[in-house]
Design a protein around this ligand. Structure first.
Ligand code: COA
Length: 166
C-alpha cells in the first residue's frame, strides 16, 4: 500500500517530557537507529500541569540529543494526527515500559489509527533498567532530596535542582 502524502522514514516521538529521563533517551536512541529522521515533540496544552515550561522541556531534550544527528526537537498542540500530517510522518513512537502502560497505549494507538488509517504506532521497549522510571517519580524523588543522578542527565539534574530552589 503506497501513500504518496507521507514519508515512511520520518517518525515522531510525542510526549510530555516533564522532564526527559534516561528512559526516554533510551527510546530515542533506539528509534533513531531504525528511522531516517526522528522528531521528538513536546505536547503543549495538556491537562497535565508540568513543572517545566515548554521552552525548558525543549531545551532539556535538545541538550540530551545534541549528538544524535537525525533527531530534531519540536512542539505541538492540538491533535497528534494533524501534527503528523503537517510533518508528512505516519510513524508514531511510544515506549512500553511495563504491562501497565499497555492499556492506555493500546487505546491511544487504536484511536489514532481510527482518526487516520495511515498512522502506525511503533512500540519500543526501553532497557530494563529504565522500566520503572517516570518523570513524576523523578520529580518526587528530587523534591524529597533523593539522588536522581542515575535517572536523568547532568543537565536535567541541574535544572530540576534550580526549579526546586525557586
Ligand atoms: N522512560 C521514562 N518515562 C517514560 C517512558 C520512558 N521510556 N515512557 C513513558 N514514560 C512516562 C513519562 O515520563 C510520563 O510520566 P509522568 O506521567 O510521570 O509524567 C508517562 O510515562 C506518560 O508519558 P508521555 O509519554 O509523556 O505520555 P503522555 O501520556 O503524557 O502524553 C500524548 C501522551 C502527548 C502523546 C497524548 O496525550 C497526545 O497525543 N496528545 C495530543 C492530543 C491528541 O491527539 N489526543 C488524542 C490521542 S488518541
Amino acid at each position: 500500500m503506497k501513500n504518496n502524502n507521507v514519508n515512511r522514514k520520518i517518525a515522531i516521538y510525542p510526549g510530555t517530557f516533564d522532564p526527559i529521563t534516561n528512559g526516554h533517551l533510551d527510546v530515542i536512541k533506539r528509534a533513531s537507529k531504525i528511522f531516517d529522521k526522528l522528531i521528538v515533540s513536546v505536547a503543549i496544552n495538556l491537562s497535565k500541569k508540568p513543572m517545566f515550561s515548554t521552552i525548558e522541556r525543549v531545551e532539556m531534550i535538545k541538550e540530551a540529543v545534541k549528538e544524535i544527528t537525525n533527531v530534531s526537537v519540536d512542539t505541538f498542540s492540538g491533535l497528534l494526527i494533524d501534527y503528523c500530517k503537517e510533518n508528512k510522518a505516519f510513524i508514531l513512537i511510544r515506549g512500553l515500559r511495563a504491562i501497565s502502560d499497555f492499556e492506555n497505549e493500546f487505546q491511544m494507538a487504536l484511536m489514532n489509527r481510527k482518526l487516520d488509517k495511515n498512522i502506525e504506532t511503533v512500540f519500543l521497549m526501553p532497557s530494563e533498567e529504565f522500566t520503572y522510571l517516570s518523570s513524576s517519580l523523578i520529580k518526587e524523588l528530587a523534591l524529597l532530596n533523593g539522588d536522581i543522578s542515575n535517572f536523568v542527565s547532568g543537565f536535567v539534574n541541574k535544572k530540576i535542582k534550580e526549579k526546586i530552589k525557586c
